[in-house]
Ligand binder design. Structure first.
Ligand code: GLU
Length: 447
C-alpha cells in the first residue's frame, strides 16, 4: 500500500470553526494512526470570501489544538506550493489538456473573447464509490450538467482544483464533511478523464445542536470558534479529546483519553453514521476533568491573567494557589475563576434568614467569641486556622455543625462552601475578624 497521505484543506474565509477543526483532527488522527503524512493545503480560490488573517488563524488554532502537520504553506514540503492561488498555472495546464482531448470545452461569454472552461460530463454513467463512513454510494451523471472547471478569470473551481491537487500531492484518503458528498461524482469524473487513481473517500456526518438541528455558525447558543474556547480558558488537550468524540468513539466507549491513546485506538471504521451531537455538558465535563488534573501551580499561572484583567488584586503567589486550589474541582473553564472569586468574596456581607436563624438556634455567640479571641493572635495561615477551629471546639465544648457551621456562617455568610481554614486564610484576617465582630453584635441585638 502507498504511504497514507491525507490533507485538511480549509478555505481561509474565517476563524477556525469547530466543524473544520473536527475535519482537521480526524485527518490528523488518520495520518498518525497509520504512520502517514498530514498536509494542510489552503483553498483560497474563492477570492471574494477570503479574509485577512484567515489562514494564520487556521494554522494557529490547529497548532494550539496540538495538531502537527508535515507539509503546509508555512512549512513548505516536496509537493508545494500549498496555496491554490500559487498553483494557477498547474490548473491551467491540466484544463488545457482536457480541452486538447475534447473532454472539456470553451464557454464564451456573450460578445466577448473571454471564456470559461466546462467539463463535458459523460452521459448516463454511474459513479460508485465505497465511502469509509457510509458504505457504497452511487450517483448517475445524467443528474449533473456540464460544469465549469476554470472560470473566465483563470481561477479554477473547487471541484477541479481539488482533484488536481489531491492527485499531485498523492493524497490517498479524503476525509471531509458530508456537504461534499455530491461533489464526489464530479471529482471522480475528473480523475477518470486523466486516468488517475481515485483516493478513498469518507464523509463525516454533520454536527447537530441539542435540538438536533444542524449546527450553524449563526447559532448563538453554541460557542463554535476555537479561538473563543481558548480565550475562555478551555484546555487544548480537553478540546482535542472532546472534538475526537464528535462522531467517533473507541470500542470501550471511554471518554477521557490522552492524545496518544486516541491515536492508537483511532479506527475509521468506527466513525459514526449518525449525526454527531454537540453536547455542551459533555464538553464542560471533559474540560473540568482536565482542569482537575493540572498541578495547582500550573493552574495558578493560567488563572492569573483572568484575575488581573478583572482588576482583582493577587495578594501573593501562595494566596493565588490557595484560591485556585479551592475552586479547581468546580471550574469548567479557567476564566470562570473570576465569577467564583466574586461569589466567594461577596462584596457585601449579609446573612440570609436561614443562616442567621441557625446561629440563634444554636446560641452560637459563645463559640464565635471564643474563635475571635483565638484568631486575634493568629498568623492566619490555613494550618493555624485549622488548629484554632479545633481549639475553639475544645474551649467551648462544642463539635459538629454547632461548631463548624456556626463559624462558617459568621465568617463567610454561607452555610456550605469549600474548606473553611483555606477560605478564611483567603478572606484574610481583617475581613474575617470584622465579620465575626459584626455577627456577634447582631446576635446581641446591638446592631
Ligand atoms: N475547501 C473545502 C472546504 O473547506 C475542502 C473540501 C475538501 O476537503 O475536499 O470545505
Amino acid at each position: 500500500m502507498n504511504k497514507v497521505r491525507v490533507r485538511y484543506a480549509p478555505s481561509p474565509t474565517g476563524l477556525l470553526h469547530i466543524g473544520n477543526a473536527r475535519s482537521a483532527l480526524f485527518n490528523y488522527l488518520f495520518a498518525r494512526h497509520f504512520g502517514g503524512d498530514f498536509i494542510v493545503r489552503i483553498e483560497d480560490t474563492d477570492v471574494a470570501r477570503n479574509v485577512v488573517g484567515g489562514e494564520a488563524s487556521q494554522l494557529n488554532y490547529l497548532s494550539w489544538l496540538g495538531l502537527e502537520w508535515n507539509e503546509s504553506p508555512d512549512k513548505g514540503g516536496p509537493y508545494g506550493p500549498y496555496r491554490q492561488l500559487e498553483r494557477l498555472s498547474l490548473y491551467q495546464k491540466y484544463a488545457n489538456e482536457l480541452l486538447d482531448k475534447g473532454l472539456a470545452y470553451k464557454d464564451f461569454r456573450e460578445n466577448s473573447d473571454k471564456f470559461a472552461i466546462r467539463f463535458k460530463v459523460p452521459q448516463d454513467i454511474d459513479y460508485v464509490f465505497k465511502d469509509m463512513v457510509r458504505g457504497e454510494l452511487k450517483f448517475n451523471s445524467k443528474d449533473i450538467e456540464d460544469w465549469i472547471i476554470m472560470k473566465d478569470n483563470g481561477i479554477p473551481t473547487y471541484n477541479f482544483a481539488v482533484v488536481v491537487d489531491d492527485h499531485l500531492m498523492e493524497i490517498t484518503h479524503v476525509l471531509r464533511g458530508e456537504e461534499h458528498i455530491t461533489n464526489t461524482p464530479k471529482q471522480m469524473m475528473v480523475y477518470q478523464a486523466f486516468g488517475w487513481e481515485i483516493p478513498t473517500f469518507g464523509h463525516m456526518t454533520i454536527i447537530v445542536n441539542e435540538q438536533k438541528k444542524k449546527l450553524s455558525k449563526r447559532d448563538k447558543n453554541v460557542i463554535q470558534f476555537i479561538s473563543e474556547y481558548e480565550q475562555m480558558g478551555y484546555l487544548p488537550e480537553a478540546m482535542f479529546n472532546f472534538i475526537t468524540l464528535l462522531g467517533w468513539s473507541p470500542t470501550d466507549n471511554q471518554e477521557i483519553l490522552t492524545k496518544a491513546d486516541i491515536i492508537s485506538k483511532f479506527d475509521p471504521a468506527r466513525l459514526s453514521k449518525a449525526p454527531a451531537m454537540f453536547d455542551k455538558e459533555k464538553l464542560a465535563y471533559v474540560n473540568s476533568k482536565y482542569i482537575k488534573q493540572l498541578p495547582v501551580d500550573v493552574l495558578a499561572e493560567k488563572a492569573k491573567p483572568y484575575l488581573e484583567k478583572a482588576g482583582i488584586t493577587i495578594q501573593s503567589e501562595s494566596w493565588l494557589k490557595l484560591l485556585v486550589g479551592i475552586f479547581q474541582d468546580r471550574m469548567t473553564y479557567i476564566g470562570q475563576i473570576v465569577e467564583l472569586y466574586h461569589a466567594f468574596f461577596h462584596d457585601v456581607f449579609v446573612l440570609n434568614e436561614e443562616a442567621y436563624q441557625f446561629l440563634v438556634d444554636n446560641t452560637s455567640e459563645t463559640v464565635l467569641q471564643a474563635f475571635l479571641t483565638n484568631l486575634e493572635q493568629s498568623d492566619f495561615s490555613s494550618e493555624e486556622i485549622e488548629a484554632l477551629i479545633k481549639k475553639t471546639g475544645v474551649d467551648t465544648n462544642t463539635k459538629g455543625k454547632p461548631l463548624f457551621m456556626a463559624l462558617r456562617i459568621a465568617t463567610t455568610g454561607d452555610m456550605h462552601g469549600p474548606s473553611l481554614p483555606i477560605s478564611l486564610a483567603l478572606l484574610g484576617k481583617d475581613m474575617v475578624l470584622g465579620r465575626l465582630k459584626q455577627t456577634i453584635l447582631k446576635l446581641r441585638g446591638e446592631l
